[in-house]
Write a protein that binds this ligand. Structure first.
Ligand code: R5P
Length: 298
Protein backbone atom coordinates (compact mmCIF):
# COMPACT_ATOMS: atom_id res chain seq x y z
CA UNK A 1 0.00 0.00 0.00
CA UNK A 2 1.33 3.40 -0.94
CA UNK A 3 2.19 5.80 1.88
CA UNK A 4 -0.25 8.59 2.60
CA UNK A 5 1.55 11.92 2.37
CA UNK A 6 -1.47 13.66 3.88
CA UNK A 7 -1.20 11.71 7.16
CA UNK A 8 -0.45 13.85 10.24
CA UNK A 9 3.26 14.39 10.71
CA UNK A 10 5.03 12.77 13.66
CA UNK A 11 5.59 15.25 16.47
CA UNK A 12 9.15 15.83 17.64
CA UNK A 13 9.92 16.62 21.27
CA UNK A 14 9.91 20.33 22.02
CA UNK A 15 13.34 21.94 21.85
CA UNK A 16 14.90 22.21 25.29
CA UNK A 17 12.65 19.49 26.68
CA UNK A 18 15.00 16.58 27.42
CA UNK A 19 13.94 13.01 26.83
CA UNK A 20 13.23 11.11 30.03
CA UNK A 21 15.71 8.39 30.99
CA UNK A 22 14.56 6.35 33.90
CA UNK A 23 17.19 4.28 35.66
CA UNK A 24 16.35 0.70 36.46
CA UNK A 25 15.59 0.18 40.13
CA UNK A 26 16.86 -3.35 40.74
CA UNK A 27 20.31 -3.27 42.29
CA UNK A 28 23.11 -4.14 39.89
CA UNK A 29 20.75 -4.66 36.94
CA UNK A 30 21.12 -1.35 35.12
CA UNK A 31 23.25 -2.76 32.31
CA UNK A 32 21.17 -5.88 31.72
CA UNK A 33 19.03 -6.40 28.64
CA UNK A 34 15.29 -5.60 28.48
CA UNK A 35 14.07 -9.16 28.90
CA UNK A 36 16.20 -9.75 31.97
CA UNK A 37 15.02 -6.46 33.49
CA UNK A 38 11.42 -7.28 32.69
CA UNK A 39 11.70 -10.64 34.45
CA UNK A 40 13.34 -9.00 37.48
CA UNK A 41 10.53 -6.42 37.50
CA UNK A 42 8.04 -9.30 37.68
CA UNK A 43 9.73 -10.35 40.93
CA UNK A 44 10.73 -6.97 42.45
CA UNK A 45 7.70 -4.69 42.62
CA UNK A 46 8.41 -1.42 40.72
CA UNK A 47 6.68 0.68 43.39
CA UNK A 48 8.15 -0.71 46.60
CA UNK A 49 11.25 -2.12 44.85
CA UNK A 50 10.90 -5.16 47.08
CA UNK A 51 9.93 -8.79 46.51
CA UNK A 52 7.67 -11.10 48.45
CA UNK A 53 8.63 -14.58 47.34
CA UNK A 54 7.31 -17.82 48.77
CA UNK A 55 9.61 -20.87 48.75
CA UNK A 56 7.89 -24.23 48.53
CA UNK A 57 10.80 -26.18 47.02
CA UNK A 58 11.68 -28.06 50.22
CA UNK A 59 10.37 -31.35 48.85
CA UNK A 60 13.24 -31.66 46.37
CA UNK A 61 15.50 -32.83 49.16
CA UNK A 62 13.12 -33.45 52.09
CA UNK A 63 9.93 -34.90 50.63
CA UNK A 64 6.51 -33.79 51.88
CA UNK A 65 7.28 -31.67 54.96
CA UNK A 66 4.56 -30.25 57.23
CA UNK A 67 2.41 -27.76 55.38
CA UNK A 68 3.39 -29.06 51.95
CA UNK A 69 1.74 -32.49 52.07
CA UNK A 70 -0.81 -31.46 49.44
CA UNK A 71 0.57 -28.38 47.78
CA UNK A 72 -2.44 -27.91 45.49
CA UNK A 73 -4.66 -27.47 48.55
CA UNK A 74 -2.42 -25.64 51.01
CA UNK A 75 -0.70 -23.22 48.66
CA UNK A 76 -3.53 -22.32 46.27
CA UNK A 77 -5.13 -19.68 48.57
CA UNK A 78 -1.76 -17.95 49.00
CA UNK A 79 -0.75 -17.69 45.37
CA UNK A 80 -2.25 -14.31 44.54
CA UNK A 81 -0.62 -12.69 47.60
CA UNK A 82 3.00 -13.29 46.64
CA UNK A 83 5.10 -11.80 43.87
CA UNK A 84 6.90 -15.03 43.08
CA UNK A 85 6.71 -18.69 43.87
CA UNK A 86 9.96 -20.65 44.20
CA UNK A 87 9.44 -24.32 43.46
CA UNK A 88 10.42 -27.35 41.43
CA UNK A 89 9.10 -28.11 37.97
CA UNK A 90 7.30 -31.19 39.28
CA UNK A 91 5.22 -29.23 41.75
CA UNK A 92 4.65 -26.46 39.22
CA UNK A 93 3.21 -28.84 36.62
CA UNK A 94 1.18 -30.94 39.02
CA UNK A 95 0.00 -28.50 41.66
CA UNK A 96 -0.10 -24.93 40.36
CA UNK A 97 -2.76 -23.86 37.85
CA UNK A 98 -1.38 -22.43 34.60
CA UNK A 99 -3.45 -19.28 35.11
CA UNK A 100 -1.10 -18.40 37.99
CA UNK A 101 -0.15 -14.81 37.12
CA UNK A 102 2.71 -14.22 39.50
CA UNK A 103 6.28 -15.19 38.75
CA UNK A 104 7.85 -18.61 38.85
CA UNK A 105 11.35 -18.97 40.27
CA UNK A 106 12.28 -22.45 39.22
CA UNK A 107 14.55 -24.61 41.39
CA UNK A 108 17.21 -25.72 38.95
CA UNK A 109 19.74 -27.63 41.06
CA UNK A 110 19.26 -30.87 42.94
CA UNK A 111 21.04 -34.03 43.97
CA UNK A 112 21.04 -35.69 47.35
CA UNK A 113 18.23 -36.00 49.84
CA UNK A 114 18.62 -35.09 53.50
CA UNK A 115 19.91 -38.63 53.95
CA UNK A 116 23.15 -37.75 52.14
CA UNK A 117 25.62 -34.87 51.75
CA UNK A 118 23.32 -32.09 50.54
CA UNK A 119 25.99 -30.05 48.83
CA UNK A 120 26.55 -32.73 46.17
CA UNK A 121 24.17 -30.97 43.78
CA UNK A 122 24.13 -30.79 40.00
CA UNK A 123 22.05 -28.79 37.57
CA UNK A 124 18.67 -30.49 37.30
CA UNK A 125 16.73 -28.39 34.78
CA UNK A 126 17.52 -27.75 31.14
CA UNK A 127 17.28 -24.18 29.89
CA UNK A 128 14.66 -25.16 27.28
CA UNK A 129 12.50 -26.53 30.07
CA UNK A 130 12.82 -23.26 31.97
CA UNK A 131 11.68 -21.35 28.88
CA UNK A 132 8.77 -23.79 28.35
CA UNK A 133 7.66 -23.21 31.93
CA UNK A 134 7.87 -19.43 31.54
CA UNK A 135 10.30 -19.13 34.45
CA UNK A 136 11.02 -15.59 35.60
CA UNK A 137 14.24 -16.80 37.24
CA UNK A 138 16.20 -19.95 37.96
CA UNK A 139 17.44 -20.89 41.45
CA UNK A 140 20.73 -22.70 41.94
CA UNK A 141 22.28 -23.74 45.25
CA UNK A 142 25.73 -22.37 46.10
CA UNK A 143 27.09 -24.37 49.03
CA UNK A 144 29.93 -22.08 50.02
CA UNK A 145 32.29 -23.80 52.46
CA UNK A 146 30.73 -27.24 52.00
CA UNK A 147 32.25 -30.45 50.74
CA UNK A 148 31.07 -29.94 47.15
CA UNK A 149 31.55 -26.17 47.12
CA UNK A 150 33.41 -26.04 43.80
CA UNK A 151 30.86 -28.25 42.05
CA UNK A 152 27.99 -26.01 43.18
CA UNK A 153 29.87 -22.88 42.17
CA UNK A 154 30.30 -24.41 38.72
CA UNK A 155 26.57 -25.24 38.67
CA UNK A 156 25.92 -21.56 39.30
CA UNK A 157 28.29 -20.25 36.63
CA UNK A 158 27.05 -22.81 34.10
CA UNK A 159 23.45 -21.81 34.72
CA UNK A 160 24.34 -18.11 34.38
CA UNK A 161 25.95 -18.96 31.02
CA UNK A 162 22.84 -20.84 29.89
CA UNK A 163 20.24 -18.44 31.26
CA UNK A 164 21.79 -15.07 30.33
CA UNK A 165 21.45 -15.46 26.54
CA UNK A 166 17.77 -16.22 27.15
CA UNK A 167 17.26 -13.19 29.37
CA UNK A 168 16.56 -15.28 32.46
CA UNK A 169 18.00 -14.11 35.79
CA UNK A 170 19.65 -16.58 38.16
CA UNK A 171 19.02 -16.64 41.90
CA UNK A 172 21.96 -18.05 43.86
CA UNK A 173 20.79 -19.81 47.01
CA UNK A 174 23.53 -19.76 49.62
CA UNK A 175 23.78 -22.73 51.92
CA UNK A 176 26.36 -24.63 53.86
CA UNK A 177 26.47 -28.15 55.20
CA UNK A 178 29.68 -27.52 57.13
CA UNK A 179 28.72 -27.62 60.80
CA UNK A 180 31.95 -25.85 61.76
CA UNK A 181 31.22 -22.76 59.66
CA UNK A 182 29.77 -20.01 61.87
CA UNK A 183 26.58 -18.71 60.27
CA UNK A 184 27.42 -15.08 60.87
CA UNK A 185 27.67 -11.87 58.87
CA UNK A 186 31.26 -12.65 57.92
CA UNK A 187 30.21 -15.94 56.31
CA UNK A 188 27.13 -14.54 54.57
CA UNK A 189 29.10 -11.52 53.34
CA UNK A 190 31.54 -13.88 51.68
CA UNK A 191 28.88 -16.23 50.33
CA UNK A 192 26.70 -13.48 48.86
CA UNK A 193 29.61 -11.63 47.35
CA UNK A 194 30.95 -14.80 45.72
CA UNK A 195 27.55 -15.40 44.11
CA UNK A 196 27.43 -11.84 42.79
CA UNK A 197 30.97 -12.02 41.48
CA UNK A 198 30.12 -15.23 39.64
CA UNK A 199 27.23 -13.64 37.76
CA UNK A 200 24.03 -14.31 39.72
CA UNK A 201 21.43 -11.55 39.33
CA UNK A 202 20.12 -11.93 42.91
CA UNK A 203 20.98 -13.97 45.96
CA UNK A 204 19.08 -15.69 48.72
CA UNK A 205 20.61 -16.00 52.14
CA UNK A 206 19.76 -16.03 55.84
CA UNK A 207 19.27 -13.05 58.10
CA UNK A 208 21.69 -12.54 60.97
CA UNK A 209 20.94 -10.17 63.82
CA UNK A 210 24.48 -8.76 63.94
CA UNK A 211 25.99 -7.02 60.92
CA UNK A 212 23.43 -7.96 58.28
CA UNK A 213 23.74 -4.48 56.75
CA UNK A 214 27.36 -5.38 55.84
CA UNK A 215 26.06 -8.41 53.92
CA UNK A 216 23.70 -6.29 51.82
CA UNK A 217 26.00 -3.30 51.40
CA UNK A 218 28.95 -5.38 50.15
CA UNK A 219 26.77 -7.30 47.70
CA UNK A 220 26.14 -5.50 44.37
CA UNK A 221 22.95 -7.46 43.63
CA UNK A 222 19.67 -7.74 45.59
CA UNK A 223 19.71 -9.94 48.67
CA UNK A 224 16.50 -11.73 49.68
CA UNK A 225 16.22 -13.63 52.93
CA UNK A 226 15.00 -17.13 53.62
CA UNK A 227 12.82 -17.52 56.67
CA UNK A 228 14.58 -20.50 58.21
CA UNK A 229 12.77 -22.79 60.63
CA UNK A 230 9.30 -21.91 61.89
CA UNK A 231 9.26 -19.23 64.60
CA UNK A 232 6.29 -17.38 66.14
CA UNK A 233 4.59 -15.05 63.66
CA UNK A 234 5.64 -11.82 65.38
CA UNK A 235 9.24 -12.96 65.35
CA UNK A 236 9.12 -13.78 61.64
CA UNK A 237 7.54 -10.40 60.82
CA UNK A 238 10.18 -8.67 62.95
CA UNK A 239 12.98 -10.50 61.17
CA UNK A 240 11.59 -9.50 57.77
CA UNK A 241 11.20 -5.87 58.86
CA UNK A 242 14.75 -5.71 60.22
CA UNK A 243 16.25 -7.37 57.15
CA UNK A 244 14.50 -4.89 54.85
CA UNK A 245 15.63 -1.99 57.03
CA UNK A 246 19.17 -3.31 56.77
CA UNK A 247 19.18 -3.44 52.99
CA UNK A 248 17.44 -6.67 52.00
CA UNK A 249 15.46 -6.40 48.76
CA UNK A 250 12.83 -8.87 49.85
CA UNK A 251 12.01 -12.16 51.48
CA UNK A 252 11.77 -15.67 50.08
CA UNK A 253 10.07 -17.41 52.98
CA UNK A 254 8.81 -20.92 53.17
CA UNK A 255 8.10 -22.62 56.49
CA UNK A 256 7.15 -19.41 58.28
CA UNK A 257 4.37 -18.96 55.74
CA UNK A 258 3.00 -22.43 55.05
CA UNK A 259 3.55 -23.71 58.60
CA UNK A 260 1.89 -20.66 60.16
CA UNK A 261 -1.26 -21.25 62.20
CA UNK A 262 -3.01 -19.09 59.61
CA UNK A 263 -0.94 -19.01 56.39
CA UNK A 264 -3.22 -16.63 54.49
CA UNK A 265 -3.36 -14.13 57.37
CA UNK A 266 0.41 -14.39 57.77
CA UNK A 267 1.24 -13.87 54.11
CA UNK A 268 -0.98 -10.78 54.02
CA UNK A 269 0.75 -9.37 57.10
CA UNK A 270 4.14 -10.16 55.61
CA UNK A 271 3.11 -8.39 52.42
CA UNK A 272 2.32 -5.28 54.45
CA UNK A 273 5.82 -5.41 55.95
CA UNK A 274 7.55 -5.98 52.61
CA UNK A 275 5.62 -3.61 50.37
CA UNK A 276 4.19 -1.01 52.75
CA UNK A 277 6.98 -0.87 55.34
CA UNK A 278 4.48 -1.79 58.05
CA UNK A 279 6.17 -2.07 61.47
CA UNK A 280 6.11 -5.59 62.97
CA UNK A 281 3.66 -4.72 65.78
CA UNK A 282 0.97 -3.40 63.45
CA UNK A 283 1.61 -6.16 60.92
CA UNK A 284 1.13 -8.66 63.72
CA UNK A 285 -2.10 -6.94 64.69
CA UNK A 286 -3.23 -7.31 61.10
CA UNK A 287 -2.26 -10.99 61.20
CA UNK A 288 -4.31 -11.53 64.40
CA UNK A 289 -7.35 -9.73 62.98
CA UNK A 290 -7.25 -11.66 59.73
CA UNK A 291 -6.72 -14.91 61.61
CA UNK A 292 -9.83 -14.19 63.64
CA UNK A 293 -11.69 -13.48 60.46
CA UNK A 294 -12.07 -9.70 60.73
CA UNK A 295 -10.81 -7.09 58.35
CA UNK A 296 -9.23 -4.34 60.46
CA UNK A 297 -10.35 -0.75 59.83
CA UNK A 298 -7.89 2.11 59.39
C1 R5P B 1 16.86 -24.01 50.27
O1 R5P B 1 17.69 -24.63 49.70
C2 R5P B 1 15.51 -23.93 49.75
O2 R5P B 1 15.30 -22.93 48.80
C3 R5P B 1 14.54 -23.84 50.86
O3 R5P B 1 13.41 -24.48 50.47
C4 R5P B 1 14.23 -22.48 51.33
O4 R5P B 1 15.36 -21.66 51.39
C5 R5P B 1 13.69 -22.55 52.65
O5 R5P B 1 12.91 -21.45 52.96
P1 R5P B 1 12.55 -21.30 54.47
O6 R5P B 1 13.84 -21.39 55.22
O7 R5P B 1 11.94 -19.96 54.60
O8 R5P B 1 11.61 -22.41 54.82
Amino acid sequence: MAGNLDAPEAQTPKAGHPEEHTGFYVKGAESLDWGMKNRLARIFNPKSRKALMMAIDHGYFEGPIAGLEQVDLSVAPLLSHVDALMLTRGMLRTSVPPWFRQSVVLRASAGPSILKELSNEHLAVDIQEAIRLNAAALAVGAFIGSEFETQTVLNLTRMVDLASPNGIPVLAVTATTDEDTPHDAKYFRMACRICAELGAQFVKTYYVAQGFETVTSSCPIPVVIAGGGKVPELEALTMAHRALGEGAAGVDMGRNIFQSEAPLAFVRALRAVVHDGEPPASAYKLYCSLKEGHTPQG
